[in-house]
Design a protein around this ligand. Structure first.
Ligand SMILES: Nc1nc2c(ncn2[C@@H]2O[C@H](COP(=O)(O)OP(=O)(O)O)[C@@H](O)[C@H]2O)c(=O)[nH]1
Ligand SMILES: [Mg+2]
Length: 324
């Protein structure tokens, strides 16, 4: 059985997650896979020009230069070794190579799921620049885990952006999460975290998620602010389990630059890539994995509360080849 057939069989029983992937990756599928198929039709035999055009498709899908060279290199080797000259087989071999490479270079996907403990709450800090989708994603995460029976508290520590508190309050009511926020705009985010954690000491929560402002333009301030937040968390006797960086897939390579800047400031445990449904350049996930070595734990595939999925490379590829 070929690679595509195997993958399709694996996900033949359509569940909600595979549907979210398939519909959220529609634009990327149109741009990426359709172009590769056209390319394969254009060249009856594989030659150098074929690889040059394929390289161009990968780069323009935001796969990044170094990743593109690596994959083209592996593909060229396979084509030589297996004496493949027919370009029709190449799409399948390409996606197979992408999968193999991802699995061998990224941490085990099973660790993407948030862990919970009997005796203490799981604490998540969400960071990222303005507008990438932090607050929406926090609502989606809360929704996901509240539905799984986890008592959840949101802490509105973005005291910088006007309306940020109101936005999180709106979502907390929608998804039935508790919320702690400050009455004063512009107050110290660490003091809101303090208030939130004091409340968490009195009530037993399974999950606490902290929303922050993303003021990357002033690195020194941000660093001081993050250090202070960490200090409050430790002093209050909590353990920070995850620091999740939210990146907007539609910003492409710019997102990679943001990740590098954040990585310099703090230890990121995972990335949440939002707005995958709003881009045709779905290759950004592959570039993130290859260039940053931080796992993509969740992806946002739409604006609805349910449109957040644990990242799975196989489901991602399934979404890209769905109509094959
Ligand atoms: N299409 C789409 N829009 C999203 C996604 N995630 C967030 N958004 C939108 O991005 C915009 C900014 O989100 P927000 O949570 O306020 O960003 P923040 O400034 O980082 O907190 C909002 O209009 C969200 O609806 C996603 O996965 N898909
Ligand atoms: Mg926000």
């Amino acid at each position: 059985m070929g690679f595509f057939a195997k993958l399709k069989e694996k996900f033949s029983k359509k569940d909600k997650t595979i549907e979210t992937y398939d519909s959220g990756l529609k634009e990327s599928r149109k741009a990426f896979t359709n172009r590769i198929n056209k390319l394969a039709k254009k060249y009856s035999k594989i030659n150098e020009e074929f690889f040059e055009e394929l390289e161009e498709i990968l780069v323009s899908s935001d796969c990044g230069i170094s990743y593109t060279y690596k994959i083209i290199g592996e593909l060229t080797d396979k084509v030589k070794k297996e004496k493949i000259s027919n370009s029709e087989e190449i799409t399948e071999i390409l996606f197979d190579t992408i999968l193999e490479d991802y699995v061998s270079t990224s941490p085990n996907e099973e660790n993407n799921e948030i862990k919970f403990y009997e005796d203490r709450p799981t604490l998540i800090l969400v960071v990222g620049v303005n507008g990438v989708g932090k607050t929406t994603t926090i609502a989606k995460l809360a929704n996901r885990y509240i539905k799984a029976g986890k008592k959840t508290l949101l802490i509105a520590a973005d005291t910088f952006r006007a309306g940020a508190k109101e936005q999180l309050t709106y979502w907390s009511e929608k998804v039935n999460a508790d919320i702690v926020s400050s009455n004063k705009e512009g107050s110290d985010p660490s003091s809101v975290i303090y208030d939130g954690l004091e409340r968490a000491k009195k009530e037993k929560y399974d999950l606490i998620i902290i929303d922050t402002a993303g003021r990357l333009q002033n690195k020194a301030n941000l660093m001081a602010e993050l250090a202070k937040m960490n200090k409050v968390i430790t002093k209050e006797g909590f353990i920070l389990d995850e620091t999740l960086l939210v990146l907007d897939a539609t910003t492409g390579q710019n997102g990679i630059a943001q990740a590098r800047a954040f990585k310099d400031l703090l230890s990121i445990s995972g990335i949440i890539l939002t707005k995958m449904d709003g881009t045709s350049k779905g290759g950004i996930i592959l570039a993130i994995n290859s260039e940053l070595k931080i796992p993509v734990k969740f992806i946002g595939l739409g604006e609805k509360m349910e449109d957040l999925e644990l990242f799975s490379i196989e489901k991602y590829i399934h979404g890209l080849i769905e109509n094959e």
